[in-house]
Design a protein around this ligand. Structure first.
Ligand SMILES: Nc1ncnc2c1ncn2[C@@H]1O[C@H](COP(=O)(O)OP(=O)(O)OP(=O)(O)O)[C@@H](O)[C@H]1O
Ligand code: SF4
Ligand SMILES: [Mg+2]
Length: 330
C-alpha cells in the first residue's frame, strides 16, 4: 500500500535563511513515526509545513503529498488546505486552548468539526457522534461544558476528540503531553494510541522524550540543524545509533530499557525523560556549519565533515554521517 504521507525535499526558509533543509519523510498507513531532536532542530516547522500553517514570512518549498488528497499541499491555498485539515489530516499541539474556541461548548465544537467536513448527515447525528467521541476520550457528560471549566489534561482530550472526529488518515502530534502533569501524560498518550489504532490512522509524533518515542512509535527520525540526520526502526536507532548526534543523545539518556525494545518501556511507570544534553550549544537558526550541521559539536569530526555527508541506507532507514558509529573503520 502506498504511503499516507510523503514529504520530499522539504526546505523551509525565512528571508533566504534555511531553517529546514532537504527533509525526506514518509509515513505508511497506520504507521506511528516519531520525530525527535533538540530544541530548534526544525521539528515543528516540518509539521507546520505539512499542515500548511507556517507563519506568513516563512516559506516552504519541496513536496508534501497526502493519500486521498489529489493535490500538492505545499503552496496549496487556504481554501484547499482547510478542506484537508481536520478531515484527512488532524493535529494536536502542546497548548490545547489554541485549538479550542473558548466561547463554544465542547460538544458543539466536536459536532461542528464533523458538520464542516460533512462526515455526518445531520446536526443530530453529529451531536450523537460527538458525545460518543467524548466518552471515548473518557470525558462523559461534558457536551455542555466550556473549555475554561476543564483541566489542561481534559482540554487536551477534547482536542484529541476533535482531531479524531473525521477519522483522519494522519494525526500529527507536536509535544501533545509536554504541558501536562506527569500523571495525566500517560493517560493522554494511551488515548492517542488507542484513537489512531481504532481508526487505522497513521501518526507523526513529535517529542523531546525518548521514552515516549520508544513506547509510542515504530520508526523514528532524528533531526538536527533543520536536517534529518538519521532514521530507522526505534529498536535499531535507539540500540545501534549510527549518526554521531543520535549516538550522543542515546549515550546521554537514561533510556536504560531501550535494549529490551519498545514493549518494555512501561508508560505508566516512566517519569518524563527530557532529551539529554550533549556538550556545546545548538547554534541559532541559519548559523549551523556547512557540511555536517553537527560538526562544531562532534568529537569525531574531521576535515571531510566540512562536506555534506550523503545519506547512507534506504529512504526509511539510514543516516548522514562520514564517520558513523559502529563502522569497522570508525
Ligand atoms: N517565524 C520564524 N522566523 C524565524 N525563525 C524561526 C521562525 N519559526 C521558527 N524559527 C526558527 O527555526 C528553528 C526551528 O524551529 P522549530 O520550531 O521547528 O524547532 P523545534 O525543533 O520544534 O524546537 P522545539 O523543540 O523547541 O519545539 C529555530 O531556530 C527557530 O528559532
Ligand atoms: S559527519 Fe562528521 S561531524 Fe557529522 S556527525 Fe559524522 S563524524 Fe560528526
Ligand atoms: Mg517545536
Amino acid at each position: 500500500m502506498s504511503d499516507v504521507l510523503t514529504v520530499q525535499g522539504l526546505t523551509v526558509s525565512v528571508r533566504d535563511v534555511a531553517l529546514v533543509s532537504d527533509v525526506e519523510l514518509t509515513v505508511g498507513p497506520g504507521e506511528r513515526v516519531g520525530l525527535i531532536g533538540e530544541s530548534g532542530s526544525g521539528k515543528s516547522l516540518t509539521a507546520l509545513s505539512v499542515l500548511g500553517l507556517l507563519p506568513e514570512d516563512v516559506l516552504a518549498a519541496g513536496s508534501v503529498r497526502l493519500s486521498g488528497v489529489d493535490h500538492e499541499l505545499i503552496g496549496a491555498d487556504e481554501r484547499r488546505m482547510s478542506r484537508v485539515r481536520g478531515r484527512h489530516l488532524a493535529m494536536v499541539f502542546q497548548e490545547p486552548m489554541t485549538a479550542l474556541n473558548p466561547t463554544m461548548r465542547v460538544g458543539d465544537q466536536v459536532a461542528e468539526a464533523m458538520l464542516i467536513h460533512r462526515t455526518r448527515s445531520s446536526r443530530r447525528a453529529a451531536r450523537i457522534a460527538a458525545a460518543e467521541l467524548l466518552e471515548l476520550v473518557q470525558l462523559p457528560g461534558v457536551m455542555r461544558t466550556y473549555p475554561h471549566q476543564l483541566s489542561g489534561g481534559q482540554r487536551q482530550r477534547v482536542v484529541l476528540a476533535l482531531a479524531l472526529a473525521n477519522d483522519p488518515a494522519l494525526l500529527i502530534c507536536d509535544e501533545p503531553t509536554t504541558a501536562l502533569d506527569v500523571t495525566v501524560q500517560a493517560m493522554v498518550l494511551d488515548l492517542i494510541m488507542r484513537g489512531v489504532a481504532a481508526r487505522e490512522s497513521a501518526l507523526l509524533f513529535i517529542t523531546h522524550d525518548l521514552a515516549v518515542v520508544a513506547t509510542v512509535c515504530q520508526r523514528v527520525l532524528v533531526m538536527y540543524g533543520g536536517r534529518v540526520v538519521e532514521s530507522g526502526p526505534v529498536t535499531e536507532v535507539f540500540t545501534r545509533p549510527r549518526h554521531r548526534y543520535t549516538e550522543g543523545l542515546i549515550a546521554a539518556s537514561d533510556l536504560e530499557s531501550a535494549d529490551s525494545g519498545p514493549a518494555d518501556v512501561g508508560l505508566a511507570t516512566s517519569a518524563p525523560r527530557r532529551l539529554p544534553t550533549i556538550p556545546g550549544n545548538v547554534p541559532p537558526a541559519g548559523q549551523f556549519p556547512d557540511g555536517c550541521v553537527f560538526r562544531n559539536r562532534c568529537a569525531h569530526a574531521t576535515e571531510t565533515c566540512a562536506t555534506l555527508p550523503p545519506w547512507t541506507g534506504t529512504p526509511t532507514q539510514g543516516f548522514a554521517c562520514h564517520h558513523p558509529a559502529g563502522a569497522s573503520d570508525a
